[in-house]
Design a protein around this ligand. Structure first.
Ligand code: ADP
Length: 220
């Protein structure tokens, strides 16, 4: 079953997705990662995207939808995780159209419910490897790198994401409340929503996700 994760910023979508990729072979489609890849190209579009992300606002629906549609069209029959899309009602409607076009019916939307205070702690402590993209957290013992500032997996330097500052986090969180949270009702009305309390350890959240996938029929 394909998965759409909806969550406030820094709720742990990326960590959960990595586990699902490793254990079940999912393709992880993160719109945040797609946008950061555009920024690395250092062209005009990348510069525009960088400005928007560093303010904590949403990139325009046209830009993100085009990037995502390309990815979805290219993965053919692989099962996938959508992480970071849809982030507003217009994107949810667009996604419905893309799913129709590509004959994708088998999916569940999983909402990771997380308090703002904990989400902020996760964001401010997050460090990412510039080499392999592995993610760590300096505020949580289970997620600290063995050597400060160095990736356990590949030895490259760990860095904070430029939008993981207190100021930008607050804008991201309120953008989430205003624009993204209405998407939850949209999927609830379609009978495609599962809600998980994500204020707990990520291993626990992972087990609940596995249970949802095992049960397979979503209708609440
Ligand atoms: P997080 O979920 O922790 O905020 P992401 O990596 O998913 O981080 O997203 C980072 C930023 O990328 C967002 O704050 C936003 O500016 C932009 N972004 C990601 N996905 C979308 C989207 N679907 N629509 C518009 N902007 C997006």
């Amino acid at each position: 079953m394909n998965i759409i994760f909806i969550a406030p910023p820094a709720a742990g979508k990326g960590t959960l997705s990595d586990k699902l990729v490793t254990k079940y072979g999912y393709r992880h489609l993160s719109t945040g990662d797609l946008l950061r890849a555009e920024i690395k190209k250092e062209n005009d579009l990348g510069k525009k995207i960088e400005e928007i992300i560093s303010r904590g606002e949403l990139v325009s629906d046209d830009i993100i939808t085009e990037l995502l549609k390309n990815e979805l069209t290219n993965i053919s029959n692989e099962k996938f995780i959508l992480d970071g899309y849809p982030r507003n009602i217009a994107q949810a409607e667009t996604l419905k159209g893309i799913f129709n076009e590509l004959n994708i019916e088998n999916y569940v939307t999983i909402y990771l419910d997380l308090e703002e205070e904990l989400a902020m702690k996760r964001a401010l402590g997050r460090v990412i490897c510039g080499g392999c993209g592995a993610s760590y957290n300096t505020y949580f013992e289970n997620f600290m790198p063995k050597n400060e500032g160095i990736c356990d997996k590949c030895g490259s330097e760990l860095k904070h994401r430029s939008d993981d500052t207190e100021e930008t986090f607050k804008v991201r969180f309120s953008t989430y409340v205003e624009k993204t949270s209405p998407v939850l009702d949209y999927y609830k009305n379609l009978g495609k929503l599962e809600v998980i309390d994500a204020n707990v350890e990520s291993d626990e959240v992972f087990k609940i996700v596995e249970q949802i996938l095992e049960d397979g029929n979503v209708d609440n």
